[in-house]
Write a new protein. Structure first.
Length: 297
């Protein structure tokens, strides 16, 4: 199976590359940006095109949101011309107001923000014009490297002693980019073998949590690992913010359909964070970035 991935520097694109390197049944072609011509599509002849999400669209400037939506729609038109399946990953922030209970796939987002509404219109066009598509709504992605690599940015800030501020009343399900990459390739392999289960799906880590609790847990695990390695570093503090005084805003994705259709299980984000922190410590050793122990040259 050959996959064409856009936005090479995105943390999800890097995760897809890592996952494909572990396998012998997947070939990746990765493009630097979101532009895709019919000529390039004819040259690659992929079995599917994957577009990573625009992370944090609520906080993005309107021009970048519009540019992303227009690029996705141009890709959709090219895929329609050449009958290539399209996979578009989107942020759970499209559910701007959240819901009290878990959000099912059939619930189409109805945000008030103009930028988010523009992304919803793009999804509507894909559903109307391209039968073979997967729209995959994701919880907040985290990874160690690449653009939108939330965890890597948190570790850098904590190590520099910066104070981090995060909402304690916005509840979501953090999602490992590696877990998403594994799931997407598995889903497309099944589609390639005739599953014919196109449509919209949710994919997120297990255990709803606030941004404040997530970052605090990262800080605690980081401090534990540094202390175990004999490193004494004053990490930055985490400050809780409250925006929704009446009740927390909940964006908890119900991922039951992706399990029923493809057998894809959600991965616990705590285990994924722990695994990535272990990798971060290993890379720190290899870079020679740790303090020398007293008495050793």
């Amino acid at each position: 199976m050959k996959l064409l991935i856009l936005d090479a520097g995105h943390c999800l694109s890097l995760a897809l590359a890592r996952e494909s390197n572990r396998r012998s049944d997947v070939e990746l072609v990765i493009e630097p940006g979101l532009e895709l011509s019919l000529e390039r599509l004819d040259e690659v002849v992929p079995d599917a095109l994957i577009i990573p999400p625009l992370s944090h669209p609520i906080n993005a400037d309107p021009a970048s949101v519009t540019a992303h939506a227009e690029a996705v729609e141009a890709c959709m038109r090219a895929c329609r011309e050449r009958d290539v399946p399209l996979v578009w990953c989107v942020s759970d922030q499209l559910y701007e107001e959240g819901l009290e209970g878990p959000i099912d796939e059939h619930v189409i987002p109805e945000p008030r923000d103009d930028g988010l509404r523009r992304l919803v219109r793009t999804g509507d066009r894909i559903r109307a014009e391209l039968p073979r598509h997967l729209i995959v709504r994701l919880g907040p992605l985290f990874a160690l490297e690449g653009s939108h690599a939330w965890l890597g940015e948190l570790l850098d800030s904590l190590m520099e002693g910066d104070e981090l501020r995060a909402a304690s009343d916005v509840i979501f399900c953090p999602t490992s980019s590696d877990a998403v990459a594994m799931a997407l390739i598995g889903m497309l392999q099944q589609q390639h073998c005739g599953a014919d289960a196109w449509g919209s799906y949710h994919l997120a880590g297990t255990e709803p949590v606030s941004a404040y609790t997530f970052i605090s847990m990262v800080r605690t695990q980081l401090a534990t690992r540094l202390e175990g390695r004999g490193e004494s570093i004053e990490l930055g503090n985490v400050k809780a913010l409250n925006h929704h005084h009446d009740q927390p805003l909940r964006r908890v994705l119900n991922c039951r359909r992706v399990l029923e259709a493809f057998g894809v299980h959600q991965k616990p984000w705590r285990l994924e964070v722990g695994r990535m922190l272990d990798l971060w410590c290993l890379a720190r050793d290899e870079d020679g970035d740790t303090k020398e122990e007293p008495g050793k040259a």
